[in-house]
Write a protein that binds this ligand. Structure first.
Ligand code: G3P
Ligand code: CA
Length: 301
């Protein structure tokens, strides 16, 4: 089973990257041809199934898996005593009951925070008692909980604030046999807005698939120069869906790079993204994207 998963991931991460042509029509046939093999499209559970549970908690990641997300998306911050933790912001304020910068807090201090009650207050419709008092997980705890049975899409956040975070990340990946050493395919894609961080990772281990994230302030066009430079380290790009169009996606795909836009949360936009030729998406609603893919697959039969 693990071997089969490895093969599928290898196919997702590399197979699509080397397709040199994509359909050009806007018809439903185009979507069908792209999704006729369901596994080809990556369904990334963004911060877990973060529409339904507190983002970046084990419960959110578990829900992402249950809802058929193919990858658990994890943003990384680092504590003052050097532990990588799952958190989007540099400050703990938005997603816990604490206040302050992660870089100034020890893991012990982080562990005392309640990372779930804010969600119950903000989203009463999805609130659950069990979310109260849940802890911020370390990356190691995530690997222990999900092991090699899951696929991880991990982002180095604020790497300039946390010197050494890439080395620590790679050490942990090695410890849990997730690096693809000895030519083994990896369960992991690493992503960053920081090209420097990706370059550093690539130098440390050139086998790990990397995705260059592009900020939502990026121009709607991507230049040949930019694509060539991204290809030096990465196998794909992750732009904001708001900033791209079909022409943009076709250009990226023709360059041989994959494209996984963030963050798409409506079925209408999901269908549009598929029609335009994406290889996968980041979504807070992995269940919805799974349904969209399933419906398209059924229409093809
Ligand atoms: O990593 C893809 C997407 O998550 C980038 O934006 O701010 O949600 O990490 P952000
Ligand atoms: Ca992210």
């Amino acid at each position: 089973m693990v071997k089969l998963k490895r093969m599928l991931v290898l196919f997702w991460t590399f197979g699509m990257a080397f397709q040199d042509s994509i359909p050009s029509s806007n018809s439903i046939n185009q979507i069908n041809s792209l999704t006729s093999s369901h596994e080809k499209i990556v369904n990334v559970a963004h911060r877990g199934a973060s529409a339904y549970a507190p983002e970046h908690t084990l419960v959110s990641y578990q829900m992402g898996e249950k809802m058929n997300g193919n990858f658990i998306e994890i943003d990384l911050q680092m504590t003052s005593d050097g532990h990588l933790i799952s958190m989007h912001d540099e400050r703990v304020d938005r997603t816990t009951n604490g206040t302050g910068l992660v870089k100034n807090m020890t893991l012990k201090e982080i562990k005392q925070l309640d990372a779930g009650s804010w969600f119950n207050e903000k989203y009463p419709h999805y609130a659950k008692n069990e979310y109260e008092d849940i802890q911020v997980p370390t990356l190691e705890e995530v690997f222990k909980a999900f092991g090699q049975g899951a696929n991880y899409y991990i982002e180095t956040k604020s790497p300039t604030v946390y010197p050494g975070m890439e080395e620590k990340l790679l050490k942990l990946l090695e410890k849990y046999n997730l690096t693809g050493v000895n030519g083994e395919p990896s369960y992991v894609i690493l992503q960053s807005f920081s090209t420097e961080s990706l370059k550093k990772i690539h130098k440390l281990n050139e086998h790990i698939p990397l995705v260059q994230l592009l900020p939502d302030s990026s121009p709607e066009r991507i230049s040949d120069f930019q694509l060539a430079s991204i290809k030096e380290n990465a196998i794909g790009v992750g732009p904001s869906f708001k900033e791209i169009n079909q022409e943009y996606i076709e250009k990226v795909r023709k360059s041989g790079l994959q494209i996984h836009p963030y963050t798409i949360n409506t079925s209408e936009d999901m269908k549009k993204a598929l029609k335009w030729g994406v290889n996968g998406i980041f979504t807070n609603h992995p269940d919805l994207f799974h349904e969209v893919l399933k419906n398209i697959e059924q229409e093809t039969k």
